[in-house]
Design a protein around this ligand. Structure first.
Ligand code: GLP
Length: 243
């Protein structure tokens, strides 16, 4: 099995285990390229990384980061953009130079050109040594919704109702959740040298169960990770309860 499984008790342990893997990567290569994700799952990891930077001298001065996705229409200044999320939860709390952090430009007028620029950037400074991924309840990774082709690169997508509902909690009202996003594709994600997939909480249990069935299908995008040679899945008890 090419997916290494780490079972932990809860979100706290999941965050520490993930941070240990990230720090090992960065301490081993100070010029590492990290692929980063948003959502609630990596927030604990980002707190631990900030702690490691402050207290244990783990430096991100020469690290480059490449984020998976950004909402279409939201710019850096919008409180719900993924750029703002990353600044708040990680970048402002570590010593990474802002120029080393890369996120698709949700406000780009020429969206196709922006997607091409981003994919070229992944190839130029990446691919990431280590890609962090959360798992959508419908099996999405990044914003690659069910039905996304395996050979997809960075592209603009219409978000599904379930994804918009899941993300509505971050917005003042459900109507404010953007309808589209720019996301790295499945093929862009699979370029990463190592992948760290995180799943926490009972809400993710059905998706974790389906992932562990190892059936590769376009209707469950995370299943394509079974084709990658180096994936680590960290799950907590609640997320793993149906397996
Ligand atoms: C959003 C992000 C995904 C993330 C997913 C799960 O849709 N674009 O990259 O994995 O949310 O979010 P959470 O971690 O909050 O469950």
């Amino acid at each position: 099995m090419n997916v290494k499984l780490i079972e932990v008790a809860d979100f706290e342990e999941l965050s520490s285990a993930a941070a240990a893997i990230v720090e090992q990567q960065v301490l081993g290569n100070s010029h590492s390229v990290l692929g980063l994700a948003t959502g609630s799952t990596p927030i604990g990891l980002y707190e631990k990384m900030a702690e490691g930077c402050r207290q244990r001298g783990v430096s991100y001065k020469n690290v480059q980061t490449i984020n998976l996705d950004e909402y279409r229409g939201l710019g850096a200044g919008h409180p719900n953009s993924y750029r703002s999320f990353m600044n708040e939860h990680l970048f402002n709390a570590i010593d990474i130079p802002p120029a080393n952090t890369h996120i698709p430009d949700g406000r780009a007028v020429e969206v196709e050109a922006e997607c091409r620029r981003y994919e070229a950037l992944i190839d130029r400074i990446g691919p990431p040594h280590l890609q962090i991924l959360g798992l959508g309840t419908n099996g999405h990774i990044g914003f690659n919704e069910p039905g996304t082709p395996e050979n997809s690169v960075t592209h603009c997508v219409a978000l599904t109702d379930s994804t918009r509902e899941n993300n509505a909690r971050f917005f003042a009202s459900p109507e404010e959740v953007p309808t589209h996003a720019i996301t790295m594709g499945i093929a862009s994600i699979l370029k990463s040298r190592k992948i760290l997939l995180l799943a926490s909480g009972a809400k993710k249990a059905p998706a974790v169960k389906q992932f562990m069935e190892q059936r590769i299908t376009g209707s469950f995008p995370a299943s394509f990770l079974w084709k990658h040679p180096d994936v680590t899945l960290i799950v907590d008890e609640e997320a793993y309860q149906l397996v």
